[in-house]
Design a protein around this ligand. Structure first.
Ligand code: ASP
Length: 337
């Protein structure tokens, strides 16, 4: 793997680019001067992100990197029995959980991702290994599993758990008989860390949509859709109906909005409004975003009422509600500054 090391590959291909990026020095200095003392800050999707945030904080306090904090925080959710993340997550239409995950490191702008992977206990670690040990960004399906095996990751043969699948089918039937309009059929842990040095890393992990067609890949492992990190500006990540995120490269858009000066909450809500303006679904998109900027400001917004997200600093660790957007009205949530 060494001859193919990612670092060498990137170094060779980026020498020309390096000279042109020298002009960025000014903006980097400007951003650095604006950094406040509120660091580290850890943000994640949903209430189940809170213990992951707290572990991430501990990792940082023990001297780990932002990347270590992201990986360990997400691993905690992957092995917690969560019904939307890891092998305990939702089965696809063939009764098999196919998992998606990605990770991004601000310094060096590196990224790794796995999609449609089966049997791997910690897809977030597989994504990190893709980033660090290969010249590639994304591996899918059998290849991603083969690579994980080569790297010594824990694999469980969960090809088809008939009992679990039968229970899942019965629940779906029950939901439709009870006319449940919005079954809780998917979630993602997306976790972003701003460390003491002002560096940012982030990751996502999910089993994706419940009952999806085998091979379906959502937004979560797609860089720029389910997650985007720009170490000069900030980072954003998504949870919700992946098809409505990935058609718009939405996390990238949130970060670009912050680059234009919007607060994290504004950047999330303006992204959703922009999508809703052109999309036939309007605000019925089923999408939610979290964001953090380089200064430690953070926020969230979603089309789901009261989208919960978790936020952790040295001073507090809480579950808060993102700004809610809908067709009928727009409830103004607080800007988290
Ligand atoms: N975004 C995920 C997907 O579409 C699911 C979720 O976050 O609810 O696969």
């Amino acid at each position: 793997m060494n001859n193919f090391s990612r670092r060498n590959f990137l170094r060779k291909t980026s020498i020309a680019a390096a000279t042109t990026s020298l002009g960025m020095g000014c903006s980097t200095t400007y951003r650095t001067n604006l950094i406040t003392n509120r660091k580290p800050v850890i943000i994640s999707t949903w209430a189940f992100g809170k213990p992951a945030n707290e572990l991430a904080l501990q990792i940082l306090q023990d001297g780990g990197s932002a990347l270590d904090a992201v990986e360990q925080g997400i691993r905690l959710v992957e092995s917690s029995g969560n019904t939307s993340v890891g092998l305990s997550g939702k089965p696809n239409a063939a009764g098999v959980p196919q998992l998606d995950a990605c990770i991004m490191n601000g310094p060096g702008h590196s990224a790794g991702s796995v999609a449609g992977i089966e049997g791997v206990v910690h897809p977030i670690t597989a994504a990190r290994l893709v980033m660090e040990k290969t010249p590639h960004v994304m591996l899918v399906g059998q290849g991603a599993r083969w690579f994980s095996e080569q790297q010594g990751l824990k694999i469980i043969d969960n090809s088809q758990d008939e009992k679990r699948y039968a229970a899942w089918l019965a629940k779906q039937k029950n939901n439709s008989q009870n006319k449940v309009k919005k079954p809780d059929n998917h979630d993602t842990v997306t976790l972003i860390v701003l460390d003491n040095n002002g560096d940012i890393a982030g990751g996502c992990s999910t089993s994706g949509l419940s009952g999806k067609i085998p091979g379906r890949v959502g937004d979560s492992p797609i860089i720029g859709s389910g997650l985007y990190v720009d170490n000069e500006v900030g980072a954003a990540g998504a949870t919700g109906l992946g098809e409505n995120v990935m058609r718009y490269c939405a996390s990238y858009q949130v970060v670009e909005n912050m680059r234009q000066g919007m607060s994290p909450t504004e950047a999330c809500s303006e992204t959703i409004k922009r999508i809703a303006r052109t999309d036939p679904l309007g605000m019925d998109l089923g999408i939610n975003f979290i964001a953090i900027n380089k200064q430690g400001e953070f926020g969230a917004a979603g089309t789901q009422a009261n989208f919960p997200y978790s936020i952790t600093t040295k001073e507090f660790s809480e579950v808060r509600k993102g700004q809610a957007l809908s067709n009928a009205h727009q409830k103004e949530g607080g800007n988290e500054r």
